[in-house]
Design a protein around this ligand. Structure first.
Ligand SMILES: [Zn+2]
Length: 210
């Protein structure tokens, strides 16, 4: 049975007990990481998930608290002898900056480094991100400080829908992503530019009855 595993739940400032927000979608065939903060290899193990079961990473935007775990994840997976490619899905802006970040470590010089494949997610509502045996994932631009996508995940086996807001103010695209969702994972950093309060987050899911 597919599940969403919250690996971190903190806002931009982490705490002793919380890493920054990121999560894993674990299906029968595939596992997908959404954002990549903290110590992902360690957190996946703590959640009894095999890090090498991971085949895709979706990055919602290029703010440090959403991407800084990626270089360490690359290193950890390489040290395990991983050979299968890792697919990274992100907007053109996030993808370009992520490639620049990883290039600082010259992974092309790591012997037998696995392949990293980049897939650009268009900044338009309903853009397909990936489809696997387990999940159908689409995206839409949301209202943050830098180009950011929110996500709608359909479990292809059960039909259940999960929506992940990423960082955003309340906006029409997010309401559409959350329409009819069984589970909404929404940030609650506070009611300020590019973010939402817990009360605003609570209004997103029930606002649309369809
Ligand atoms: Zn952000």
């Amino acid at each position: 049975m597919a599940e969403a595993v919250l690996l971190g739940t903190a806002r931009a400032l982490p705490s002793v007990d919380q890493e920054n927000t990121y999560l894993a979608l674990v299906g029968e065939e595939h596992a997908v990481l959404i954002d990549c903060a903290g110590s992902p290899y360690r957190r996946l193990q703590q959640a009894s998930l095999d890090p090498n079961h991971l085949d895709s990473v979706i990055l919602t935007h290029f703010h440090p608290d959403h991407v800084y775990g990626l270089p360490a994840l690359m290193l950890s997976l390489w040290l395990t002898g991983r050979q299968s490619p890792l697919e990274i899905h992100a907007s053109a802006d996030t993808s370009e900056r992520t490639q620049a970040l990883l290039a600082l470590f010259h992974p092309e010089q790591w012997p037998a480094m696995f392949e990293i494949r980049y897939h650009v997610v268009a900044m338009e509502p309903g853009c397909a991100v990936l489809t696997s045996a387990d999940f159908e994932i689409t995206a839409a631009p949301v209202q943050h400080i830098v180009p950011t996508i929110g996500l709608r995940v359909i479990n292809r086996i059960s039909g259940a829908v999960l929506t992940y807001s990423a960082d955003t103010e309340p906006c029409p695209n997010l309401r559409r992503l959350a329409r009819g969702a069984n589970l909404l994972i929404h940030e609650a950093s506070g009611a300020r530019k590019g973010h939402s309060s817990a009360a605003q987050a609570g209004l997103i899911a029930p606002r649309d009855p369809t």
